[in-house]
Design a protein around this ligand. Structure first.
Ligand code: ADP
Ligand code: MG
Length: 888
């Protein structure tokens, strides 16, 4: 029958809703993407609201809300107590009839006058009053307090406002009233206000939905997803302007002839197609057109005069909502129709009720499809399997109708089954929410100040870096001079390695690598067709690295013997190269006096002794007489040598692992500490100790001092303690503690774990700083440390990590700049091309360290072209290569 057909046309099956949902998602992505944004119907406007309230907001906040027919002014006092039961004072001022069509100046002057009256009558005389402005029109916002009106709607058409910054217009009008203590700090859309109104610390809402005369939504989107905004970390609330969904025809196959009539009759035909299916302003007219069609087909109101139905707006949404009521509905239907001059039968009333229900249900179902699209988008962009989220809702349709609520909830559940939405109805319109936005904006600005204060000393300027470079150069020169060597913090130790490999080295060697996290024993074969090796890692427990020297070297020999047994090398006497990565005064290739331990080692009776001799003595104690130690090599040297085997330009070795150090080829004539003027020698800089004489004191922060104090070698290796893997995590930990102390991080959360030394590993920096890593993953790293991070906490932790690792890379670059510039000068070249062989897990694993290092180096040493070559197993290969030279 005809009525069945009409009802069917108004009923959207699940497959259709599914399609609406996926088109909505497409439309949202289109609005978010830089390339397609300009053509998008759904504008997805950034709101610059990046945080939901956390309960600490406090102080007096003013709100001005511009509504259809009035201006509301509201004052709230937040006490920082979780924002419970805030004090609110508010007053409504009716808009004079003509003002919405007059000049912009008159409109804003009127608002400012209302504000003045309000403040006067409430005796408010604060010296600073932040104000939030609720402005329910689409704006192109570029900051929280900067928003150009795109175009008027809702009957407003004041001149000279479109294209202008509305915040400025309001502020000027306020200043004209001599209220300059009032500062407009935030502008927001009403949807955002709803989201904030419903948010509490325990239950932050991240989506808001308004289904009123019009409809709109907003949600907290991942900032990196919002290509229109510079911000890449954290989240920002985006105003979807979803009322415009379908303006490109995306909804055409769901539209009924009644929707087309409603659209044609409207003041903006072809526009706001989604809104015209969902918003309450239109529901009465949709019903009306359906009834006209049915009457024309003689399926309704037979014998009645239906001319009244021809007038737009005669059937009010309120009436539609009353008609669909279960108990009173039929009576309401009859009354409504009779008031329009008809004489409806019982059956007519029943059918009218069915049509009304269909229209309202469709509105709810479409709204659900939109919401499901938002939820799915959030879930995807956050990389979650399941999403639990709170959705703030406001508007007469939602509030007034159980049926609408039920359909919205159940259809959302069907369309986005992997998302769990809890609906939080708004209690008090947008005023309170706007106050929250304003207060949050103030809190964020204050926090930013605090954070910047803490991090400022860690942010190095170009001048700072140039100074470090110059100081490093100065210390290098001192370290190379026979007389001045003792005054330098950079020891510039001769290594007796006089050349880089030429590829002709051959033979089979044992190699040891001691000097950091792992102790390794290797067998290395240098052959015609390349280098072959086998190795074994041995753990050296702390009680041995910090025990007696005898025990340490006994343990080393045990490991060598074990390795030789496993590799079936017991019968051979292979020459052994020993990579020993601690500062040694070398007197020859196989004679090296330990100057000091670093990187957590402290075995007794070793400093001042020849390390090769200590190893030989241990071999004797163990009756291992077939050990032939021919060379001792620093790991930097090993790294340079192993990379030099592949690239003859490699004349620098760099380590950024547990510790940091560098070596390079220096002219013999500059090496005052070794006899001879011919050729070059590799100098082990021991740059980790740079600054131990106080020359870097201006760079150290309180955090560096705290980290240093808790090491086993306080006051020593100060440069290393700014750069290397053993310390970066600790620096971060101390900064985090300071931020917790200031109340800007992990607010109100227990963070006992942060008190434990070394709990924050340097490898966490690598993970946390991965570009585009979902903040959820940062949260989960912190969760593993028993730290319950909010979203903002995660963003802040990431910023701290970035600051610390950037500084490390830049300082390392400043040191290297001094080295390459010296080499260039040594050789009297305008341009130097040189390769650095690099090893160390921090350099290799950190996502940005090497880029920052290279970029800064290029900047500081523009006349040097520096190539970086990662060494693979440099320590082992390098030791063998040096041994090969020694044997030859
Ligand atoms: P060593 O310098 O002792 O020879 P490595 O080069 O392997 O050893 O460096 C070990 C150091 O690297 C450790 O101190 C650790 O802090 C750091 N580290 C380990 N994993 C990572 C990672 N994924 N990112 C950054 N640093 C790391
Ligand atoms: Mg190493």
């Amino acid at each position: 029958s005809q009525i069945q057909r009409v009802l069917l046309a108004l009923t959207l099956p699940l497959e259709v809703l599914q399609m609406v949902k996926s088109r909505m998602m497409e439309a949202m992505n289109k609005g978010l993407s830089r390339q397609t944004h300009a053509q998008a119907n759904m504008q997805m406007l950034p709101t610059y609201i990046c945080s939901t309230p956390n309960g600490t907001e406090n102080g007096n906040v003013l709100v001005v809300e511009l509504c259809q027919s009035h201006v509301r002014i509201l004052l709230t006092t937040l006490l920082g107590n979780g924002n419970n039961s805030p004090q609110l004072t508010n007053k409504i001022f009716d808009l004079p009839g003509d003002i919405t069509q007059g000049t912009g100046e008159a409109l804003f002057d009127f608002i400012a006058q209302c504000l003045r009256q309000f403040l006067d009558s409430n005796n408010i005389s604060n010296n600073h009053l932040p104000l939030g402005f609720v402005f329910p029109f689409s704006c192109r916002q570029t900051r929280l307090d900067k928003a150009e009106l795109i175009s008027w709607s809702k009957g407003f058409s004041c001149s000279d406002v479109e294209g202008k910054d509305v915040v400025q217009l309001l502020q000027s009008a306020i200043n004209k009233q001599e209220l300059s203590q009032v500062e407009v700090v935030a502008l927001m859309n009403d949807t955002v206000g709803t989201m904030m109104t419903c948010s509490t610390r325990e239950k932050p809402c991240e989506v808001a939905l308004i289904v009123d005369k019009g409809t709109n939504s907003c949600f907290m989107a991942e900032a990196q997803h919002m290509q229109m905004v510079e911000e890449t970390s954290g989240r920002m609330c985006v105003n979807t302007e979803w009322g415009c969904f379908g303006d490109d025809g995306a909804l055409n196959d769901t539209l009924t002839p009644y929707d087309q009539h409603v659209d044609q009759e409207s003041s903006n035909p072809g526009l706001k197609r989604f809104e015209k299916l969902v918003g309450s302003l239109y529901l009465g007219d949709i019903v009306r057109h359906a009834l006209i069609a049915l009457a024309t087909e003689k399926a309704l109101f037979i014998g009645s005069n239906v001319t009244a139905l021809g007038t737009k707006g005669v059937l009010k949404t309120q009436q539609v909502l009353e008609i669909i009521d279960n108990e009173e509905g039929m009576t309401k239907a009859r009354m409504t129709l009779e008031a329009l001059g008809m004489r409806p039968s019982e059956r007519d009333c029943c059918r009218v009720q069915q049509v009304c229900r269909a229209v309202v249900s469709r509105s709810a179902a479409l709204c659900a499809a939109g919401l499901a699209a938002i939820l799915s988008l959030i879930r995807q962009s956050r990389g979650l399997e399941r999403l639990m989220i709170n959705v703030a809702v406001d508007g007469e349709l939602y509030r007034a109708h159980t049926r609408f609520r039920e359909i919205l909830q159940s259809v959302t559940g069907l369309l986005a089954p992997e998302c769990m939405a809890s609906f939080v109805p708004s209690m008090d319109g947008s005023g309170w929410g706007a106050a929250m936005v304003t207060a949050v904006a103030l809190r964020m600005a204050e926090q930013r100040c605090e954070v910047d204060q803490v991090l400022a000393p860690l942010r190095l300027s170009r001048a700072d870096l140039e100074r470090v470079q110059a100081l490093m150069r100065q210390e290098m020169d001192l370290g190379l001079g026979q007389e001045t060597n003792a005054n330098s913090s950079v020891r510039m130790l001769p290594t007796y390695v006089r050349g880089t490999p030429d590829g002709s080295e051959r033979g089979e060697f044992l190699a040891l690598d001691l000097g950091g996290t792992n102790f390794r024993v290797l067998v290395v074969r240098l052959a015609e067709n390349g280098i072959h090796m086998a190795s074994e890692i041995y753990v050296i427990p702390t009680n041995i690295t910090q025990g007696t020297g005898e025990a340490l070297f006994d343990h080393i020999v045990d490991c060598i013997m074990d390795f030789q047994l496993k590799q079936d090398l017991m019968e051979q006497v292979l020459p052994l190269g020993f990579t020993f990565s601690f500062p040694c005064k070398q007197l020859g290739l196989d004679k090296a006096v330990l100057l000091s331990w670093t990187k957590g080692f402290s075995a007794s009776d070793c400093v001042g002794k020849d390390v090769v001799q200590l190893l030989r003595e241990a071999a004797q104690r163990k009756q291992h007489l077939a050990l032939k130690v021919v060379a001792l090599v620093n790991d930097t040297v090993g790294t340079m040598m192993s990379c030099g085997y592949d690239d003859p330009k490699c004349e620098i070795g760099l380590i950024v692992g547990t510790g940091t150090n560098a070596c390079y080829m220096e002219e013999m004539q500059n090496v005052g500490t070794v006899e001879g003027e011919q050729g070059r020698m590799c100098i082990n800089m021991e740059w980790g100790a740079f600054g131990d004489n106080g020359c870097l004191d201006h760079i150290f922060t309180e955090f560096d001092r705290m980290v240093d104090e808790k090491t086993i070698n306080p006051g020593k290796q100060r440069f290393e303690k700014l750069i290397s893997g053993m310390y970066l995590g600790e620096i971060v930990r101390h900064i985090l503690l300071a931020l917790v102390e200031k109340g800007v991080l992990f607010h109100d959360m227990p963070c006992f774990t942060l008190q434990s030394k070394d709990i924050f590993k340097t490898k966490f920096l690598s993970t946390i700083e991965i570009d585009g890593l979902a903040l959820k993953q940062v949260q989960s790293i912190l969760q593993d440390l028993d730290l319950h991070a909010t979203f903002e906490d995660s963003v802040l932790v990431r910023e701290v990590c970035q600051t610390v690792s950037l500084r490390a890379a830049q300082l390392c670059a400043a040191g290297l700049a001094a080295v390459v510039e010296k080499m260039r000068e040594n050789r009297g070249l305008g341009q130097l091309a040189v390769t650095v062989g690099v090893d160390g897990t921090l350099y290799k694993m950190h996502p940005c360290f090497s880029q920052h290092l290279q970029k800064t180096l290029q900047d500081l040493a523009p006349n040097c072209t520096v190539t970086f070559l990662q060494s693979e197993d440099g320590s082992g290969k390098g030791a063998a290569l040096v041994a090969a030279v020694a044997v030859r």
